[in-house]
Design a protein around this ligand. Structure first.
Ligand SMILES: [Zn+2]
Ligand SMILES: [Zn+2]
Length: 424
């Protein structure tokens, strides 16, 4: 198999990963290129990208500083306690919650750290034109890591925990609190600039599509498959991409079956997540287990309704709403939905984006457990509800990532103009 002949025109032809439409764009366009049918941002053209490695390096420096200094501290009855970022997972491990400890450490430190190092290495390798095989592997892996980096969610969890703790103890903020917030912001800014198609173009040269690829029609209607990684259009019978060699599928295989299996697993996890205690507080020898709902109700009783609302939204509304939304989208692939395509795509994108924010609750447990350990006076232990809730969040996230949105569009035919008026 060989790469197609170059096209001579001053336009580039790109397939959309979300609706399968092939569209033509000005070759010299700078900034983001959007799909005209579903407005999915396909790629962006930045001739000399020096900002991304600069952001990644700054984020890495902030992460290193955050690990070197204390994060939060408090004083109560003459007892002082200081917590570091690492303590958020170490304390969970000491309470027989190694899985929760590992997930916390992975999502807020290890994965973001590896991601940033990979970005720096890639930009060095692509600029110096060295280490091609490692670069190709990294370009494939980066999009998989991205949704599982949750430093920004941890920052929001720290703010929720602060409100929870301020009523009990005198909380102090240490340098790492600010450097970690800066790290979360810089990490977000870095990820927003990383795009697989652009990285593959830097590695393999400008994308050359087949001469007979017609813009304004779906890849499927032209017997073509679009590579989900590098954007190469090619014969739909190929099993591997002729350009980046990644496995190629016209549609994600068994997408609906996988999504339904993952949704059922998430629903099963929701039963212990909502009924078992997520935290057990022991004050002066008296144990007080609290479920998610009981925790939200306690805030409401004390008049902290904004926090009660955040906890209720993140712990109940979002996870259950997400399960129902994905189930609805699965149904929409099998029959004509009463919703228009604009609403359905918005629903798909919101469910994909919002799922990780439910991890706020898991991180609140990690922070409160790490902070509130004052021997006999007051101690907080994680409950089994926490790990079940974490399982529920992870399986709903996996379900939305396995869903292939092109299946919804497959019901809608191939006419660009009618879809434009629908989405417009
Ligand atoms: Zn599209
Ligand atoms: Zn490819």
């Amino acid at each position: 198999m060989s790469l197609p002949e170059p096209r001579d025109e001053q336009s580039r032809v790109l397939p959309c990963h979300e609706c399968d439409m092939v569209s033509a764009h000005d070759f010299h366009t700078t900034g983001w290129i959007e799909c005209p049918r579903c407005q999915h941002p396909i790629t962006h053209h930045t001739p000399k990208d020096t900002l991304t490695p600069a952001l990644a390096m700054s984020a890495l420096v902030m992460l290193t500083l955050s690990l070197c200094f204390p994060y939060l501290g408090f004083e109560k009855s003459g007892i002082e306690r200081i917590m570091t970022i690492n303590d958020a997972s170490i304390e969970l491990a000491t309470f027989d919650q190694p899985i929760l400890a590992l997930i916390t450490l992975l999502t807020i430190v290890i994965l973001p750290g590896c991601y940033l190092l990979a970005i720096l290495f890639l930009h060095y390798a692509l600029t110096m034109k060295r280490h091609a095989s490692i670069s190709k592997r990294l370009i494939q892996i980066l999009p998989t890591i991205q949704p599982w980096m949750m430093a920004d969610v941890f920052v929001i969890a720290a703010l929720v925990s602060l409100v929870k703790l301020v009523g009990m103890v005198e909380v102090k903020l240490f340098p790492s609190f600010w450097t970690f917030a800066a790290f979360a912001f810089l990490l977000l800014a870095t990820t927003l600039r990383v795009n697989s198609i652009q990285l593959w173009e830097r590695q393999l040269g400008t994308l050359q599509q087949p001469r007979d690829a017609r813009p304004g029609h779906t890849s499927r209607s032209q017997n073509l498959s679009a590579c989900h990684h590098c954007g190469q259009l090619q014969n739909c019978h190929n099993t591997h991409c002729i350009r980046c060699h990644h496995s190629l599928h016209e549609r994600a295989p068994l997408s609906l079956q996988r999504v339904i299996a993952l949704l059922l697993t998430a629903t099963l996890f929701s039963i212990p997540a909502q009924s078992l205690p997520i935290m057990v507080t022991t004050a002066l020898g008296k144990e007080d287990p609290a479920t998610i709902i009981a925790g939200a109700m306690l805030f409401l009783k004390h008049g902290d309704w904004p926090i009660a609302l955040i906890i209720f939204t993140a712990s109940v509304l979002i996870p259950f709403g997400k399960i129902m939304a994905i189930a609805w989208l699965c149904l929409a692939t099998r029959r004509t939905s009463p919703m228009n395509m604009k609403t359905q795509m918005r629903l798909y994108r919101v469910t994909e984006w919002i799922g990780r924010w439910s991890m706020v609750d898991v991180f609140v447990i990690a922070i409160v457990v790490a902070m509130l350990q004052i021997g006999q006076i007051l101690s907080v232990a994680p409950g089994l509800g926490g790990i079940a809730f974490c399982g529920m969040v992870i399986f709903t996230m996996l379900a939305s990532h396995q869903f292939d949105p092109r299946l919804i569009w497959d019901n809608q035919g191939d006419n660009l103009k009618t879809q434009e008026s629908d989405v417009g």
